[in-house]
Design a protein around this ligand. Structure first.
Ligand code: NI
Length: 140
């Protein structure tokens, strides 16, 4: 790895760099400035890759719902069986007497993963949710 490390310099306004250093310090990262910049570059590449049709991605969908909502659990269960190839695992947490939180781990072609997530998010009774997509790590 060391041998293919390329160096380049970036012109950056001083105040931006000072703020960036503060951000790195605030996060308590055990990384130096260069390593954090590399992480940001990778983030941008992963985000771009995940937006490219046909690319294989991993996704985590977090949803919140009231388990008393009519047929909701059955509907969510049916969707997950319909896409058993793409749904790796589901974690269910009972928040209180009424509300539940589920984290659904998905994998597959990026468009399909987003469609499945939208199907779940669009199910009546799901009050809140968000999909996070990331790379399988094979290319970055
Ligand atoms: Ni529950």
């Amino acid at each position: 790895m060391g041998n293919d490390l390329m160096r380049f310099s970036v012109a950056m306004p001083e105040d931006l760099l000072v703020r960036f250093d503060r951000l790195v310090a605030r996060r308590g990262l055990a990384k130096n400035r260069s390593e954090v910049v590399r992480d940001l570059v990778r983030d941008a590449l992963v985000e771009d890759e995940c937006a490219t049709p046909g690319v294989e991605v991993m996704g985590t969908l977090t949803i919140v719902f009231d388990h008393h909502a009519s047929d909701l659990q059955e509907k969510l269960h049916a969707i997950q069986h319909d896409y058993f190839d793409n749904i790796v695992s589901t974690l269910h947490v009972h928040i209180d007497a009424h509300m539940c939180l589920e984290v659904v781990v998905l994998r597959g072609e990026t468009g399909l993963v987003q469609d499945i997530a939208n199907l779940i998010l669009g199910t009546k009774g799901v009050t809140n949710g968000r999909l996070v997509i990331t790379t399988t790590g094979q290319t970055i």
